[in-house]
Design a protein around this ligand. Structure first.
Ligand code: PLP
Length: 340
């Protein structure tokens, strides 16, 4: 944020490490993590594996790389993975699975809650015929646009995949938001899947890092792939310390972000032109009508408020660096905008 910005609601990736996190980073004991010799990194990986009820976990620089390594650990060249066509792993990761993994995506429509219809999944699983690619994996995303996948859906979709011999991967970039919002243990969600990718750099507030968790054998395959993708980093203890700090301090507080998103939605609902939906965990989406979106966002920028947007939709995301006053400042700006 520059000095003029006091509410950056573009994404929960914009958080800056505070004093406690920085001091944990400064004091971190380090070694060479490529040699699996960095004590702080190993501690973060062990903590994450335990948190997610997995045998092992591995630190990656980004969630994009962690998802890709997960997909590549499951799927061989020419295999296929089923994925939502609005999912991050399909739409927002540069097509890496196809480009770098030689894995063919089979995208399927997501409903607004991130659900891919079960019969659509079943129909997309290719029969064993030499004409077809081998359908190897189902990838889901939770939270999806802030929304939590329902318990029954998590169970039914992963059961369906398993019954057809498919592996399952969860893009759980924000799965801790889902765990906090639904009251489920993170391991309850993660255990439905063969592998899970979790981001430390979103609502958890770390500057960098994602983890892939799963069975030890899969994680060892992912370690080789991580090296190939250029993600084998050395004294990662300094970033792992931030991750440990995030897991120890920033999980249960996600509830505050969810409450602030709820308050934000309440404010927006006073102005029907904004076309705001309900808060979903830490996000509120709006599709304004009858006002010029560019004019509205420029008005906000002048008041130090920035928001993300694409395709006629604005996305508001609450996080660690958005306090109650920031939320109320958005309310005042909206009122001023519509009072003109
Ligand atoms: C942020 C995000 C990722 C990973 O993104 P990186 O910026 O590469 O860490 C993956 N999936 C979802 C749903 C995300 O929001």
């Amino acid at each position: 944020m520059d000095h003029m910005t006091h509410a950056d609601l573009r994404s929960d990736t914009v958080t800056r490490p505070g004093r406690g996190m920085r001091s944990a980073m400064a004091d971190a004991e380090v070694g060479d993590a490529v040699y699996d010799d960095c004590p702080t990194t190993k501690r973060l990986e062990a903590m994450t594996a335990e948190l997610l009820g997995a045998e092992a976990a591995l630190l990656f620089p980004t969630g994009t790389q962690s998802n890709l390594a997960g997909l590549m650990a499951h799927c061989g060249r020419g295999d296929e993975f089923i994925v939502g066509q609005a999912a991050h792993a399909y739409r927002n990761e540069g097509g890496g699975a196809a480009v770098l993994g030689s894995i063919q995506p089979q995208p399927l429509p997501n409903d607004p809650d991130g659900i891919i219809d079960l019969s659509t999944i079943a129909a997309a699983i290719k029969p064993d015929d030499f004409h077809n690619p081998i359908t190897r994996l189902l990838a889901l995303e939770d939270t999806f646009n802030g929304g939590c996948l329902a318990d029954e859906y998590l169970v039914e979709a992963t059961d369906l995949a398993r019954n057809h011999g498919l592996a399952t991967h969860l893009d759980g970039a924000r799965m801790m938001n889902a765990a906090v919002a639904t009251g489920r243990e993170p391991a309850w969600i993660a255990r439905r899947f063969d592998s899970v990718s979790l981001c430390l750099s979103k609502g958890l507030g770390a500057p960098v890092g994602s983890l892939l968790a799963g069975p030890r054998e899969l994680i060892e395959r992912a370690r080789r792939i991580r090296k190939m993708l250029g993600g084998g980093m050395r004294q990662t203890g300094v970033i792992a310390a931030a991750g440990i700090y995030a897991l120890e301090n920033n999980v249960s507080r996600l509830r505050e972000d969810h409450d602030r998103a709820t308050r934000l939605a309440e404010i927006f609902h006073e102005f029907p032109e904004l076309g705001a939906g309900q808060a979903r965990t830490n996000m509120v989406f709006m599709s304004p009508s009858g006002i010029a979106m560019d004019d509205f966002t420029a008005f906000l920028v002048d008041r130090g408020i920035i928001v993300g947007g694409s395709y006629g939709t604005l996305r508001w995301v609450t996080h660690l660096d958005v306090d109650d006053e920031a939320i109320e400042s958005v309310g005042r700006a909206c009122k001023e905008y519509f009072d003109r």
